[in-house]
Ligand binder design. Sequence first.
Ligand code: ARG
Length: 432
Amino acid sequence: MTNKLWDKGFQPDRMIEEYTVGDDRQLDLRLARYDVEGSLAHIAMLEKIGLLTAEELEMLSAGLRQIAAEIDEGRFEIEPGTEDVHSQVELLLTRRLGDAGKKIHAGRSRNDQVLVDLKLLLRDELHRIAQEVRTLFDRLQELSERHKGVLMPGYTHLQIAMPSSFGLWFGAYAETLIDDQRLVAAAWHIANQNPLGSAAGYGSSFPLDREMTTRLMGFEELHYNVVAAQMSRGKSERAAAAAIAAVAATVGRLAMDVCLMMSQNFGFVTLPDELTTGSSIMPHKKNPDVFEIMRGRCNRLQALPNEIALLTTNLPVGYHRDLQLLKDILFPALDEMHRTLAMADFMLAHLRVNEHILDDPKYDYLFTVEDVNRLTLAGVPFREAYRRVGRAVQAGEYRPTREVRHTHAGSIGNLCTEQIRRKMERVMEEFE
Ligand code: ARG
């Protein structure tokens, strides 16, 4: 029975090729420019150690630069029958330059090529994420300063607790992003190590000059041990995933806050109509769909480290084809992170805050602690002051003074925006 299927042209080798190549022909396009960059460094080094002549180097470099131009112009594709970007680049060079093209692969393997490509890509992508996080951070700090005088209820257990402010709320997300940014910087450092020369994962008998390729590709460090370099496949992605998940956790939580605060039962923030979405049945609806989608996407991004962990857990040392599937997981997540950060910044720029939230008497109890503290400052022992205000609340006689005077570092009246900004700047210096 099954033979019939094969007879109809489904050659087992074609099925196997399709199954193993998967989406690589598409995904690898994203690696193409890095593959060329790696090859340019590799051939310069091959010439230095005498495996290419100066003329061959010149010819191959020109050939690679031509391919780079084709990539930039969107004219590069991975042909059917070619497995991946590494094979395609070599194929083009051989087709165009003959024997010189055939020399380029000496001393390396697709295993270290894909490692190089991914590290160069991660280095760029993580830097871009860091810049996007920085933009969002600046936006939050600006909003925090602009609305520092606008009070809002602070909650614990979702019960009215103490006065907070939009200055604190926006500023809190800004400062939290710094911790996420530290993880982005750590992932960036992990990606910033040169694996080229690890070849299939065990090095080469050619006297490769790995310091030279490290310099040429601008890597911070060499990934010295060739086995460790190969083992970093999956590890680098996992570090990047942890950073992305951390940023997503912060942004997702912010999105949740906005959804809650936009509900009519809160009414703390609003969006201009054109940034809301409607209902097919309820004509009055202005929904915060953007923030709901953001929350959902951020939740999905937080699955990323787990997906990568599950894919790579228990793989013994050395290359395994499973590793190819890392690209399927990582690449869409990178795009998701970029567009989520851009959207968060865009939406926050248009968010309007309600300046009169606390006029509503239902928030009067927010001020009990202020009044206890006022009495305490006037000489009443704290516990006694607490009881006095507590009894007033109990008897329904509590009237808030509505005065909020917080002056210590990081409080409503002293946001430390400058100090927080400098903290972020110190983390940004990591990327230099
Ligand atoms: N597409 C492959 C990957 O991403 C490239 C390396 C192939 N190496 C191999 N030994 N089949 O892992």
